[in-house]
Design a protein around this ligand. Structure first.
Ligand code: F6R
Length: 205
């Protein structure tokens, strides 16, 4: 079971996984993939599910039904059920073995924005204004998205192993705060220190 983020950071990772599949026989036949989060409502053609299909799923041998994705198209009265369904699906699959994470400049992991406690579960969230602005620069369709569904901090911390990817000078302060600042809901990535098996992949900056 793999938990996968969208965003700019994991794109080279997905490219390499596709290469390993094509050239070195890496198989996804036994994989179940979960998305870490999804815009709600998701912009048509530019959802995080579309993103993962575009960058990874359609290039590898993930089996039909191998991707378990939050549905960003559900009606408002079904959002809570969709989040509960997702948590249940993770449990039914035996839990996430490896969760990949990017890191927000404001300390978000998934879309657990500042204020998200360690006990949070998959739920509807409001995005921080700086998150929306940054997303708009990455992809125009994402600029109109102010809400999302996200695995909670508790959901993330239940993964057996976690890999955090954070590259470039702009992420340096966030990495430092996550690893050695106070452990606080105001900087949710700081809760990763509670997990015994987190690998940080960072660059020199
Ligand atoms: C994406 C996600 C976010 C991003 C983070 C970093 O699914 O959950 O937490 O990982 O905002 O985004 P990038 O990689 O675009 O810098």
């Amino acid at each position: 079971m793999l938990g996968l983020p969208a965003g700019g950071t994991p794109v080279p990772l997905y490219r390499e996984l596709v290469r390993l599949h094509r050239e070195e026989g890496l198989s996804f036949a036994g994989v179940t993939a979960f998305n870490l989060d999804e815009y709600w409502p998701a912009p048509p053609g530019a959802s995080f599910a579309d993103f993962l299909r575009e960058h990874l799923f359609r290039h590898v041998d993930l089996p039909p039904g191998g991707a378990f994705l939050l549905d960003g198209g559900v009606a408002v009265e079904r959002v809570a059920d969709e989040c509960a369904r997702f948590e249940a699906a993770i449990r039914a699959a035996g839990g996430v073995d490896l969760q990949i994470l990017g890191l927000g400049l404001n300390g978000h992991i998934g879309f657990n924005e500042p204020g998200s406690g360690a006990e949070t579960r998959t739920r509807r969230v409001r995005l921080a204004p700086d998150t929306v602005q940054r997303a708009a620069r990455a992809r125009a369709e994402w600029g109109g998205c102010t809400e999302a569904m996200s695995m909670g901090v508790a959901t993330i911390l239940e993964a057996r192993r976690i890999v955090v990817l954070a590259f470039g000078a702009e992420k340096a302060i966030a990495v430092a705060r996550a690893r050695s600042g106070p452990e606080t809901a105001e900087f949710p990535a700081s809760f990763l220190r509670r997990h015994p098996r987190v690998a940080w992949y960072v660059d020199v900056a």
